[in-house]
Design a protein. Structure first.
Length: 356
C-alpha cells in the first residue's frame, strides 16, 4: 500500500515527463509546419510594345497562402502550450480528458471550443499526480495572465477574472459556453489537494489588444471578429453571433432609417441570455462525476499482473525453502516482482477516477 501511494505521488510523474518530452517534439513540428508556409509569387505578365519598343512587364505580385482551418486533433495529441507565469506552469495541452489523456498533461474538454475561439475553452489538469500540472492552481489570482500558444501558431493572452469552488455535479455551470460573444478560458482541477470532493475553477477572458485575432469555432484564421465581443449592443432584438450565425451587412441601420421611440433599443434593455446546453454523455460530464472502477477495460490487465505477482512470490518462496536460505529467493525474485508490481500499479490506476 505504501508503494502504491509512492507510485501515485512520484512514479506517475515519470510517465508524464516522458510523454511531455514527446509532446514537445510533436508540438514544435506542428508549429513549424503551420508558420513557415512560403508566399506564392505570381510572375509578372510581359507585354510587347508596338513599333519595336522594348517590352514592358508589370511588377510581380506576391500573395500569402490563405489560412487553413485547424480542426481538433485526435485524443491524446498536442493541441496547445499553456503558460501560467504566476505559478510556473509551462506544459503541452492534449486533446481529451480521459485517464490516458490526462496522464500526458493538461487536457482540453473535447465538447468545448478550441483556445482562441469564441466561447469557453475548458482545460483540466491533475493537481497531485501525473506531473501535477495544476498543483498550485489555488494560488492563481485575479489579474494573472494565462498564455496559450495554439498548434497553428496563434498566441492568446487570457486575464484571470475569478476563481471559484464548485461541487462535482456543477459541470453544466462551469464548462459549457455561457456567452458565445466572448473568448474565455476555464482551468479545472480537483479540490482540495489529495481529494475529489470539490472542483476548483479558474476563469479568464482573452485580452483582445495583445492576442491574435479570435475566430469562430472551426475556422482559425477567419476575419477578425473581436468587435462582436465588445460592441454588440444589447436588447431583445439583438442576435447573438455563434459558431453558425454571423451578422450580415443587412442588419446595419442605414442613414435613411429613423429610429422611433417605440423601436429604438435603450441602455436599460439587457441582452438575451439562455441557459447553456449540455450534451448528454459528454466526456467532461462523465469525468466530472466519475467514480471508482472508471475504466472497465483495465480488469483483464489487473488480473493478469496480479496473477503474475502471485506466481513470482510463490516461486521465490519455493526457491528459498529448497536451498534453505531466505535471501536466495528474495534476491532472485525482487527484480521481476518489482517490474510486475509497477505494471500492476499502472493498471490499478486506470480503475481509479480521472481525478481532475
Amino acid at each position: 500500500m505504501f508503494a502504491f501511494v509512492a507510485y501515485q505521488l512520484w512514479g506517475t510523474g515519470i510517465a508524464t515527463a516522458r510523454a511531455q518530452g514527446d509532446l514537445e517534439t510533436a508540438f514544435a513540428q506542428l508549429i513549424s509546419s503551420t508558420t513557415t508556409s512560403p508566399p506564392t509569387t505570381t510572375p509578372a505578365p510581359t507585354t510587347t510594345a508596338p513599333d519595336g519598343a522594348a517590352p514592358t512587364s508589370a511588377a510581380p505580385t506576391t500573395t500569402l497562402p490563405p489560412p487553413q482551418p485547424f480542426p481538433a486533433p485526435p485524443r491524446g495529441e498536442p493541441l496547445a502550450r499553456i503558460e501560467i507565469p504566476s505559478i510556473g506552469v509551462d506544459k503541452i495541452v492534449v486533446e481529451g480528458i480521459r485517464y490516458a489523456d490526462l496522464r500526458k498533461g493538461p487536457g482540453h474538454f473535447p465538447e468545448t471550443p478550441l483556445p482562441g475561439q469564441f466561447g469557453n475553452a475548458a482545460i483540466a489538469g491533475h493537481r497531485t499526480t501525473y506531473g501535477e500540472p495544476f498543483v498550485d492552481i489555488d494560488r492563481i489570482t485575479v489579474g494573472d495572465e494565462i498564455v496559450i500558444t495554439a498548434a497553428w501558431g496563434s498566441r492568446y493572452i487570457y486575464v484571470v477574472t475569478e476563481s471559484l469552488i464548485v461541487a462535482p455535479d456543477d459541470y453544466a455551470l462551469v464548462v459549457p459556453t455561457l456567452d458565445p460573444r466572448v473568448a474565455s478560458l476555464a482551468l479545472i482541477s480537483c479540490n482540495p489537494k489529495f481529494s475529489t470532493r470539490e472542483r476548483i475553477v479558474v476563469r479568464a477572458v482573452v485580452d483582445t489588444d495583445r492576442s491574435d485575432p479570435v475566430t469562430l469555432a472551426g475556422t482559425p484564421g477567419a476575419p477578425d471578429l473581436r468587435p462582436l465581443a465588445t460592441t454588440l449592443p444589447g436588447g431583445p432584438e439583438t442576435s447573438v453571433a455563434t459558431a453558425t450565425t454571423v451578422p450580415t451587412a443587412t442588419s446595419t441601420p442605414t442613414a435613411t432609417s429613423t429610429p422611433t421611440a417605440t423601436t429604438a433599443p435603450t441602455a436599460t434593455n439587457p441582452p438575451v441570455t439562455t441557459a447553456p446546453t449540455v450534451e448528454s454523455g459528454a466526456d467532461g460530464e462523465e469525468v466530472f462525476e466519475s467514480s471508482w472502477f472508471d475504466d472497465p477495460d483495465a480488469y483483464p490487465a489487473v488480473a493478469f499482473w496480479g496473477l503474475l505477482l502471485t506466481a513470482i512470490a510463490l516461486a521465490a518462496t519455493a526457491l528459498s525453502r529448497k536451498v534453505m536460505r531466505n535471501w536466495v529467493g528474495f534476491a532472485a525474485g525482487i527484480i521481476p516482482f518489482g517490474v510486475a508490481l509497477y505494471f500492476f500499479f499502472v493498471n490499478i490506476s486506470r480503475m481509479m477516477p480521472a481525478n481532475l
